[in-house]
Design a protein around this ligand. Structure first.
Ligand code: ZN
Length: 160
């Protein structure tokens, strides 16, 4: 079966930077399960997988704009500590998800000075070319419930 919108896809992947260093990999664990066409992967990877067959392997190099984005200094902001109540003790290097106008975004604390915290909303892999080696393990139709929830149930997905 080939990969197209609304199909559940299980992949094994290894992500490397331009120097060949492994940034992330599913090797040795469960494959990653996602629903094609729902923006669950970075745009360049989803595009490269469209039309691929179960069992195929591919190597794809993704420019930052189709990956985790180009670094944007406008995503760096200083906010008072008190506006981050519930985030726990704030330390440089800590990361948390927060809702923004563009949906959920990962923020990294880059400085804590007095009562002010500097947050960087750029993805840690912004500006990086993403080099993926991917093996398509399984492709199947998504169930109505999976499409409704927007995530995969069962192997590699949610259990609830
Ligand atoms: Zn669910």
């Amino acid at each position: 079966m080939e990969i197209m919108a609304d199909r559940v896809v299980l992949i094994h992947y290894t992500l490397k930077d331009d120097n060949g260093a492994v940034l992330d990999s599913s090797a040795g664990g469960e494959p990653l399960a996602y629903i094609q066409g729902h923006g669950n992967l970075v745009p360049g990877l989803e595009k490269a997988l469209e039309g691929q067959q179960e069992g195929s392997t591919l190597a794809v190099s993704i420019a930052p704009a189709d990956g985790y984005g180009v670094r944007d200094e406008g995503l760096i902001q200083r906010v008072p500590k008190r506006s981050l109540q519930g985030a726990g003790e704030l330390k440089k290097g800590m990361q948390f998800q927060a809702r923004t106008e563009d949906g959920m975004r990962l923020f990294t604390v880059t400085a804590v000075v007095g009562d002010m915290v500097t947050l960087d909303g750029n993805h840690p892999l912004a500006d990086q070319t993403l080099n993926f080696d991917v093996e398509v393990v399984t492709v199947r139709e998504a169930t109505g419930e999976e499409l409704e929830h927007g995530h995969v149930h069962g192997a590699g997905g949610h259990h609830h």
